[in-house]
Design a protein around this ligand. Structure first.
Ligand code: ARG
Length: 273
């Protein structure tokens, strides 16, 4: 274990939850009949942004659009690597219009945007982790999109099959702890097919494994800067494990967003230059 883990400053894109709501159900967390407290959600979200800025990260915002209640989940908008943007094509018709809104933001920020030809939900299912991009499939992003991503970035893509509908996006079951050739990850093994579990065990023998309880508390929907891990406070055991490994857990409660099936990472798109 390194004496002291070193953070790297990140650039994040986020979307204020002004129009956040649960109006339809496209994952098992969503119950349109149960109310969402939008004021509480806005307060929780503001805490996340404050925590990022307090830790030296740059946060850009995209203007929210009425009637796109899931737009707050910025991570689904694209995968950005080496300043190149692979834009999303959403699975649910309700979310499809988000692509053009995010695309305009990227264009105005000076990026070209590649449009996915097959369903692909950005960093929800595509996670750069060391030498590879880990790519989820089974509920949203397709195998065809994995091939497209590999072709576009020229980075090997490792396809992983998700099997539990509560963990419908890869970023609900796995996150990256640090960077570089030997990057490590944390994940919940039971969210994956037996073969995919073996792949993860081979690639990341020292990974931190989370319990179902911590995964259901959105503990794996975390953001790490290499030192600080912005993590759901209810994922207590996982936070303790990370602390024992020299990471510094920074608890941020996004409980209102769990009602839509999202957490910290879902609200955070990383722009890698
Ligand atoms: N309600 C949204 C959906 O089901 C939540 C997206 C969460 N985002 C994520 N990166 N996991 O599409």
């Amino acid at each position: 274990m390194p004496e002291s883990r070193v953070p790297r400053r990140r650039r994040f894109l986020v979307c204020e939850p002004r129009h956040f709501a649960v109006q339809y159900a496209i994952n098992p967390w969503m119950h349109p009949d149960k109310p969402v407290d939008v004021d509480l959600a806005r307060g929780q979200w503001a805490e996340l942004i404050r925590a990022y800025r307090d830790h030296g990260h740059t946060v850009d915002t995209v203007e929210p659009v009425a009637d796109l209640p899931d737009m707050v989940f910025a991570a689904n908008s694209a995968l950005v690597l080496e300043g190149r943007v692979f834009g999303s094509l959403f699975h649910a018709p309700e979310r499809r219009p988000e692509s053009t809104v995010y695309e305009s933001w990227f264009r105005s920020a000076g990026y070209d945007v590649y449009r996915a030809g097959s369903v692909c939900e950005g960093e929800g299912d595509l996670i750069p982790a060391g030498r590879w991009v880990l790519a989820g499939t089974g509920f949203r992003t397709t195998r065809e999109a994995h091939h497209e991503v590999q072709e576009f970035f020229g980075v090997p893509v490792i396809g992983l099959r998700l099997v539990d509908p509560y963990f419908y996006h890869l970023d609900t079951a796995l996150f990256v702890l640090d960077e570089g050739y030997e990057a490590n990850i944390a994940y919940y093994p039971e969210a994956f097919s037996p073969g995919s579990r073996k792949v993860l065990a081979r690639l990341y023998p020292d990974a931190v494994l989370a319990t179902r309880q911590d995964a259901m508390a959105f503990g794996l929907n975390s953001v790490s800067d290499g030192r600080h891990v912005f993590i759901a406070p209810r994922a207590k055991e996982l936070a303790d494990q990370l602390a024992r490994q020299g990471y510094v857990p920074v608890p941020v409660d996004l409980s209102e967003f769990h009602k839509a099936g999202g957490g910290i990472k879902c609200c955070t798109q990383e722009i890698r230059s």
